[in-house]
Design a protein around this ligand. Structure first.
Ligand SMILES: NC(=O)c1ccc[n+]([C@@H]2O[C@H](COP(=O)([O-])OP(=O)(O)OC[C@H]3O[C@@H](n4cnc5c(N)ncnc54)[C@H](O)[C@@H]3O)[C@@H](O)[C@H]2O)c1
Length: 432
């Protein structure tokens, strides 16, 4: 099939590459000319495992091309995906500026029947708005479909190629059939294609993200209670997770959720419910628990050291989660900002996100290219992102490098007894 994907970010680029991998002809469009130039030269602007190879292969086969020319993309395609950002607006709602602008440009470029697919995460009613905007610009027939994306950064290719489910909100049979055909190769293993109305499809994505964020905040509160009463959250979590009604996923306490989706989608869901006079009360708590949790390590550091002025703190992990370089809403940001405000000296390492972090903190943070280099003279080490390479470090080397051997583990990746046995003072989340 001939496809255009408008917006070549984490979602658009992955979707474009995966659709091309299954034999479709895909034109990826972005308004960011430098991004498009890089992609045309085979350079991938983001870190996502497996993506570079997929893009290279499909570019070589000429199934995947990149352009800033949106009308050309639209004219040459039957299916046009909208995969642009929907950031948080001033009042907390999803800002639909980019989506509606792209819809307008698609309308202007129409040269025959198109299926316009909204893949961006958008509030209920957006497909209706897209329809109105396109209709103003063209007399050609078209269908608007809602097809929310559930991929996880860090495992995006796998998630797109083998989704748990594909959700399609379609109001007419013609578009529904085209979408079923498009996704058939991705669902051979039996994952369902769920056909529904557009409003339900739009809501699915928010409900899923809000549920996942709720589980994280819930478990963070359980961990905080564990600290107060002297229980061990690892034990509690294992017992709770073994209940089949609950299950083990997303029950790990830590320093809060981040990323481009959970914080923004929780806010947007509260906002659009409230605009319809419904107060989504749980989500308000989910959000405020998360804000507190992001600086929990700071409170532990202050309790241990007292004033932090002049103390050198090493931070391992900057990305909002492993296997990505994305630092949008990453817990490392408020933690490092608070450390700097308190007068601490921060040295930091991340396997992929240093370039992004430099853009945020400049020279205020001493960034290192190697994990151990960040430890020289440090009085504390904070673990903020649970990259694999942090799991089994050389503790002898760490002890030698640090001025005082104090670890603040925001991801509970180490065994407290083991570390204390090695002579470290060790703090984690919700464990004695
Ligand atoms: N990142 C994720 O893990 C994820 C997962 C599922 C859903 N989503 C949703 O998908 C959407 C996109 O997210 P993302 O993380 O890929 O965003 P992103 O910021 O990485 O990418 C968006 C891209 O759209 C481009 N763009 C903006 N306006 C444009 C225009 N008028 N014409 C052409 N290109 C334009 C930008 O230049 C950018 O490259 C959001 O609604 C998000 O909530 C994201």
């Amino acid at each position: 099939m001939k496809i255009a994907v408008i917006g070549t970010g984490y979602v658009g680029l992955v979707a474009g590459a995966c659709l091309a991998e299954n034999g479709n002809d895909v034109i990826c469009v972005d308004k960011d000319a430098s991004k498009v130039r890089a992609l045309q030269r085979g350079r991938i602007p983001i870190y996502e495992p497996g993506l570079e190879e997929l893009v290279r292969r499909n570019r070589a086969e000429k199934r995947l091309t990149f352009t800033t020319d949106l009308p050309k993309g639209v004219r040459n395609s039957q299916i046009v995906f909208i995969a642009v950002g929907t950031p948080t607006g001033e009042d907390g709602s999803a800002d639909l500026r980019h989506v509606l602008e792209v819809a307008r440009q698609i309308g202007k470029a129409m040269n025959g029947y198109k299926v316009i697919v909204d893949k961006s995460t958008v509030p209920v009613g957006t497909s209706e708005k897209v329809r109105e905007v396109v209709k103003k610009e063209t007399a050609h027939p078209f269908s608007v479909v809602s097809n929310p994306e559930f991929l996880k950064q860090g495992a995006a290719i796998e998630d797109f190629m083998k989704p748990d489910r594909v959700v399609i909100g379609a109001e007419d049979q013609r578009a529904a059939e085209i979408m079923k055909e498009l996704y058939a190769p991705f669902t051979r293993t039996g994952a369902p294609i769920m056909m529904m109305d557009c409003a339900s499809a739009e809501l699915c994505k928010y409900a899923a993200n809000a549920m996942l964020a709720t589980r994280i905040s819930f478990m963070n509160e359980v961990a905080n209670v564990c600290e107060v009463v002297g229980a061990d959250v690892d034990q509690v979590r294992r017992a709770v997770a073994s209940d089949r009604r609950i299950g083990p996923a997303f029950l790990f306490p830590g320093v809060g959720y981040g990323g481009s989706c959970f914080p923004k989608d929780v806010k947007a869901m509260m906002r659009f419910a409230s605009s319809m006079n419904y107060e989504f009360e749980i989500l308000r708590a989910v959000e405020s628990v998360n804000e507190r949790q992001k600086v929990r390590l700071l409170a532990k550091m202050k309790a241990h050291f007292g004033p932090l002025r002049g103390r050198r703190v090493a931070v391992w992990g900057l990305a909002f989660k492993p296997k990505t370089d994305d630092m949008r809403e990453a817990p490392a940001v408020p933690l490092i900002s608070a450390l700097l405000d308190a007068g601490a000296v921060v040295s930091a390492y991340d396997p992929e996100a240093i370039k992004v972090a430099r853009g945020l903190f400049g020279t205020r943070v001493d960034f290192k290219d190697k994990s151990y280099e960040a430890l020289a003279g440090a009085e504390a080490l904070a673990i903020v992102t649970e990259w694999h390479e942090f799991r089994e470090p050389d503790w002898g080397r760490i002890r030698k490098l640090m001025k005082t051997p104090v670890i603040f583990d925001g991801r509970n990746i180490y065994n407290p007894e083991h570390l204390r046995g090695l002579g470290f003072t060790y703090y984690s989340i919700g464990r004695p």
